[in-house]
Design a protein. Sequence first.
Length: 263
Amino acid sequence: MTPSLTRRPPCTLLRHEHRVVGTYVHRPELPGTVAPRPYLHPVRTLGGVTVTGLRPAEDPAHLGVSMAIPEAAGWNQRHLSWLLRDPDGFVEELSWTAGGRQLLLERRTVAVRSLGTECWALDFTSALTNVTGEEIALGGAGHAGGGFFWRVPRRPEPAHVFSADGEGEAAVHGRPADWLALATDDWTLVFVGATGDTRADPWWVRTGDHPGVGSALTWQRPLPIAPADTVTRRIVTAIADARLPHPEAARLASHLSDKGAAV
């Protein structure tokens, strides 16, 4: 018998100077239990090291780089159309639905930015518009977040985490900071809140058994969105092929933020 071929879901490749550095799966084939949504995986350094994780056994709902509001039960995301699609990025419209009803229309912009020969940046902007005609709330009391999330691969030695204001998981988790970095011997990720609203959101950080970083759009309380209002967040992540010290991470963050001179 001829073995059947596994059908791969549609995807878009992101390139940095002709080198593939990311794969965006815009129509994923996933069970409803994992809050189906488009995601980026694998994302790689310029040297080819994978810095995202996908559906690990202990966290099957963790999908590389994505937008998720898991406490909003039954909410799913669906790709609607491309407004722009180039080798180094895209602009996409998505529908967020629950029970067959559209709640949010999202305009998502993802772009590759060059930072030299050993580093590049993933620029991710999400603009969520309430299309229901009535106020809706994202998240809920007692929940620790939702929004932009980056699952990193598990490692024998956890990544070192530090921010503009502290060092170590306990010092950075649940607190706002202009930027936050995860550093290993093989790579460093520097997550930058590129707008004032984004910088005001706390960071969700885990470095042990469930490693990942999120910028929490909701934190312990719901986020209301009035009819026709839009909530926008922008995270720019520098992806380097080496362990970066604090001063170098801070320099990159300054370059990538709208507070810096070059954005």
